[in-house]
Design a protein around this ligand. Sequence first.
Ligand SMILES: [Zn+2]
Ligand SMILES: [Zn+2]
Length: 313
Amino acid sequence: MPFEVTVLGTSSALPTSTRHQSAQLVNLLGRFFLFDCGEGTQMQLRKYKIKIQKINFICISHLHGDHYLGLVGLLSTMSLLNRHKELIIFCPKGLKNIIDTHLKYSYTNLVYPIKIIELKTGGLLKVFEDEYCQLFSFPLKHRVPCFGFRLVEKKKSRKILSKQIEKYNIPISSIPNIKLGNDYTLENGQVLRNNDLTIDSHLPRSFVYCSDTKYFNKLVSYVYGADLLYHESTFHSDLSHMAELTYHSTSKDAAMIASKANVKQLIIGHFSSRYKDVKVLQKDAKKYFDNVDLAVEGETWKIKKEYNYEDNS
Ligand SMILES: [Zn+2]
Ligand SMILES: [Zn+2]
């Protein structure tokens, strides 16, 4: 089952002729999360043939225009396409007023329900949970209230070794109990250990989205151990004074967070329009953390399953 991230926008506040503003779509086992919704996001979704109505959740990091100005257009399009299912939006305080004002003065009534959940500061906070995943928010350090997100897959129950089930003629009705990790007793009293009937499922995967922020040490704990980290990298480290001034990160900052937080892979994006060739940012980041990719619009990163044991056949 997929856990994958598709990048839709890679520019910072000033878009270029080839780079759009922030947006990423994450598919976690068929749940679709849109992280930020800069201008043109719905066009990018169209371009990459992603069905707009699939989106279940929209997570807006902060209220700078390059992260949310595509939202009202997207909401309107969902209505025009006759959406029925509820849309849940996680966002900082203020966005509800903005949306309500747009809808009021354009005399628009959306034909589907929206639930708006305002994010709170105070560390890593769970904002959503269902049987497959958990979504957390955490505060970033930017010029306005700004949040990152951590999306975590839940641990699955153990996988049944069907050959063993056949061998011992174990009834189907007993399988759910075995999946929970329990042993099984045969009619002759022989106890079969759970380890002989099942194998552990893959390790829960995680994705962290860090939009606009300056470097701060506490961020390491919010990001720690992620399989895939997206982190903004507006500037090269030779412009660290600009990053400091504008509450943004350099490619070195992003890489240092990835390294200290022991993440497996880093994607950098939110590139300043001054960089025609963003490879310089990747080269800079790689000095501090090896597994760095540049965000590329339309490209998808799949988060691979990993196991506690070597042979997962
Ligand atoms: Zn931005
Ligand atoms: Zn910003």
